[in-house]
Write a protein that binds this ligand. Structure first.
Ligand code: HEM
Length: 153
């Protein structure tokens, strides 16, 4: 990722990260609305969709997703950024392995993250491609950790 690309990511990220929990909640709500089986993995699986936005554990996961992305975007462009990204996302993958989150679920989330970022930041096609490149890199790390574990699907 070159420095123009890193700058673009950092600049556009300011918009969703200004309201982190709401941004994460918008992403998760889309995930559960479009792909409801993902909801089964969560302790709030029995809460109706229309009541989820006020549920504290729902809001906690929403905020956590954004925080992990924020940490990743902050390290971009610093010395050792690739290694740090590797650590951050291997940890996410590892803590999720006992929950048996499939690659398909991760990919569903990825598509929605890209859509919501594109809308929230009014990304044009080439800007969206830069974000896709970052997400592809992150997902390579997650999927490698899953494959190395040999346990998850
Ligand atoms: C790829 C982006 C994701 C990030 C950054 C992320 C981040 C986190 C973090 C930081 C936690 C809390 C720490 C922990 O227990 O591991 C967590 C918990 C959890 N995550 Fe994720 N997650 C992601 C994707 C997913 C996906 C795709 C699913 C399944 C559909 C999922 C399901 C869960 C569940 C069920 C919990 C426990 C929630 C609770 O007990 O309240 N996560 N996640």
């Amino acid at each position: 990722m070159n420095s123009d690309e890193v700058q673009l990511i950092k600049k556009t990220w300011e918009i969703p990260v200004a309201t982190p929990t709401d941004s994460g909640a918008a992403i998760l709500m889309q995930l559960f609305t479009r792909y409801p089986s993902n909801l089964e993995k969560f302790p709030f699986r029995d809460v109706p969709l229309e009541e989820l936005s006020g549920n504290s554990r729902f809001r906690a996961h929403a905020g956590r997703i954004i925080r992990v992305f924020d940490e990743s975007i902050q390290v971009l462009g610093q010395d050792g950024d690739l290694q740090k990204l590797d650590e951050i996302w291997t940890k996410v993958a590892t803590t999720h392995i006992p929950r048996q989150i499939s690659k398909e679920s991760y990919n569903q989330l990825k598509g929605i993250i890209l859509e919501i970022l594109t809308a929230a930041c009014s990304l044009n096609e080439s800007q969206a491609a830069v974000w896709a490149k970052l997400l592809d890199h992150i997902y390579d790390i997650i999927f490698k950790a899953i494959d190395d574990d040999g346990n998850a699907k």
